[in-house]
Ligand binder design. Structure first.
Ligand code: URA
Ligand code: SF4
Length: 223
């Protein structure tokens, strides 16, 4: 680790770990396994890359792998993932149409006793990891992008994006002021919704769950 008072300021970012001419998601996945673009690789078990059909019409973007995902190396295979897959099914989206990934591809956590407690990735980590997301989009070219919660919203649309204000409504890719120039996904539509973990944490789980399903039905209607 370089001697510095602020290690975050010198995150190299994922860009230099990207293969120059990747033409498949597997090539990206293999390269991402070696990524040291920010400090999160140090304590996590492994890179958790996106998963799903190469010709998926819907790409869902979550926050970062959780504890179970970190151990298994696959996105959304823990409790939030089970809930999300049930909601996808209830909304009538075919799993074959789906690719699921995360804004940040290593598990960020702090230790509390022996437990690893999820820590929301910060702006520097989101920015460092973004090249992987850009590269996934460039190959997938989806019809609809589903933004799951605030971190994905920030990664895709910038820091001022508010999921609660925009959820469940098909949006065009935002105008150039907000659009990350390097996202080659136009004319994909974008639908934001809550993160499935928010349902698990809610007092009124059932109404939160129904809200998630309603937003995903909007996605299904666009296919
Ligand atoms: N939450 C996420 O945002 N992504 C996962 O892969 C699992 C839980
Ligand atoms: Fe690379 Fe992203 Fe992991 Fe950071 S979180 S090391 S940028 S893959």
């Amino acid at each position: 680790m370089p001697a510095t008072t602020n290690p975050r300021s010198d995150f190299p970012g994922a860009q230099s770990f990207l293969p120059a001419d990747a033409s498949t998601l597997d090539q990206l996945r293999t390269a991402a396994a070696q990524c040291q673009g920010c400090d999160l690789y140090r304590n996590a078990t492994q890179t958790v890359f996106g998963r799903g059909a190469a010709h998926a019409r819907v790409v869902m973007v979550g926050e970062q792998p959780g504890d179970v995902e970190d151990q298994q190396g696959l996105p959304f295979v823990g409790p939030a993932g089970h809930l999300l897959r049930r909601a996808v099914d209830d909304a009538g989206i075919q799993p074959a149409d789906l690719y699921i990934t995360n804004a940040v591809k290593h598990f960020s956590f702090t230790m509390r006793g022996k437990r690893r407690i999820h820590q929301t990735p910060d702006r520097a980590e989101i920015a460092a990891c973004r090249p992987w997301l850009v590269a996934e989009f460039a190959l997938l070219r989806p019809d609809v992008v589903v933004v799951l919660g605030a971190t994905a919203g920030k990664a895709l649309l910038g820091p001022s994006f508010r999921v609660t204000q925009s959820r469940g409504v098909p949006m065009p890719w935002p105008d150039s002021a907000q659009r990350p120039q390097d996202f080659p996904v136009e004319p994909a539509k974008l639908v934001a919704t809550i993160h499935p973990s928010a349902v698990l944490r809610a007092d009124d789980r059932e109404s939160m769950y129904q809200g998630l399903v309603a937003d995903l039905r909007v996605v299904a209607s666009l296919l």
